[in-house]
Design a protein around this ligand. Structure first.
Ligand code: FE2
Length: 377
């Protein structure tokens, strides 16, 4: 398949982008108990039941629950037997993101192009069908054991993917206003950031939109470096971090140690009312990093006038940063599984297209306080 000469379809030529991506299709986590995880995503984060696949749909080896909130679809998958690839993944990494699925117009074209440009195959194009139509999926590896699956669903009107049935339940907690995936951050090994930057440039046609070195991203003790990759239309943004030498162990080192390799550090989800969203999340028991109240003493002099009431932001621990185009509000959950690995960011953009550089110091100091409690600093 990789030898096939790829003909660029007209839609792509018109876009002037060899790998156009329409958006994030879904994120799949391999977790040790998908049924309980799905309940957590519903009760704590306001996701809604969408779809199910497992014993009741004819699968014998695994079970997946799919939850949705606006454009965000999260698939939670667990094995039903020992000795499976999914089980090995969970044994090694704990709960974590396995798949970042990208919505494309042509999954065969995307796969052939990526392979021709040097990607490693995870899954050759497969057409799956049911009474609601057909979906074509294909997949390539990225850092660690994470994969990108290309999803072509223009001829499908089922609830999620062929093979899934609608998941109906009487327990439907209110959504909290999460809208779409803003960005997804990967942690890679020391010295590997530029390798993966080049991968996204060469294989996926992404461009580097920002870069932070360890002088910018450091505290008294810890440091990291980061480069932000974006696809042509800006809907897909992947910052990539690598650890930098510091006096103590950085948060990226801690992640790599406990995840036992490279993987997804955080998924940032967007809201258009962060005060309302975070209030709802805190009421449902979601825990966020604590920001010292002194952060807010100098907030207005740092970022200028903002629409939000600073006391509300202070009460909730929401951070603010400004760039040339506007400002953004953001907050970070504590890690959300047994291992100190993955967490979520909630972000509201008011013009700003950056990632909160002005908050790095306050944020990393908050993470260090958590690391200190864990004895991993
Ligand atoms: Fe982020």
């Amino acid at each position: 398949m990789s030898n096939t000469k790829v003909e660029l379809p007209k839609v792509y030529k018109d876009a002037g982008d060899f790998m156009p991506i329409l958006g994030t299709d879904y994120i799949e986590l391999y977790v040790s108990n998908a049924k309980q995880a799905a309940h957590f995503y519903k009760s704590a984060f306001g996701f809604q039941s969408l779809a199910y696949a497992g014993l009741e749909t004819g699968l014998r080896d695994r079970e997946s629950y799919v939850v949705v909130q606006d454009k965000i679809r999260v698939v939670l998958t667990s094995p039903l037997r020992s000795g499976s690839k999914i089980g090995e993944h969970i044994d090694k990494h704990g709960d974590g993101v396995k798949v970042n699925a990208l919505w494309v117009a042509d999954a065969t074209y995307a796969y052939n192009t990526a392979i021709e440009r040097g990607a490693t195959s995870y899954m050759e194009p497969v057409t799956e069908e049911d009474e609601h139509g057909k979906v074509v999926r294909s997949g390539i590896y990225t850092y660690g054991e994470v994969v990108h699956i290309f999803v072509e669903r223009k001829e499908y009107n089922g609830v999620f993917l062929p093979g899934y049935k609608e998941w109906k339940t009487t327990y439907n907690p209110e959504p909290v206003g999460l809208k779409f995936v803003d960005h997804m951050v990967g942690n890679v090994e020391l010295g590997r950031m530029d390798y993966w930057v080049k991968f996204y440039q060469d294989v996926m046609g992404f461009t580097q939109i920002l870069s932070f070195d360890d002088k910018e991203i450091s505290t008294e003790y810890t440091a990291l470096m980061s480069k932000v990759m974006s696809n042509g239309n800006g809907r897909i943004k992947f910052p990539i971090n690598e650890p930098a030498p510091g006096l103590k162990k950085s948060q990226v080192d801690e992640y790599l140690e406990f995840y036992e390799g490279e993987g997804v550090q955080h998924v940032a989800v967007a809201t258009d009312d962060i005060v309302k969203t975070v209030t709802a999340l805190q009421n449902r028991g979601v825990e966020f990093l604590n920001i010292p109240s002194t952060y807010y003493d100098v907030l207005e002099s740092r970022v200028g006038k903002i629409d939000e009431d600073i006391d509300s932001l202070k009460k909730l621990g929401i951070l603010v940063d400004r760039d040339d185009e506007g400002y953004l509000l953001q907050i970070f959950t504590k890690t959300i599984q047994a291992r100190p690995t993955m967490f979520f960011e909630i972000i509201q953009r008011k013009g700003a297209t950056s990632f909160g550089k002005g908050n790095f110091k306050a944020l990393f100091e908050a993470i260090e306080r958590e690391q200190e409690l864990r004895g991993t600093l």
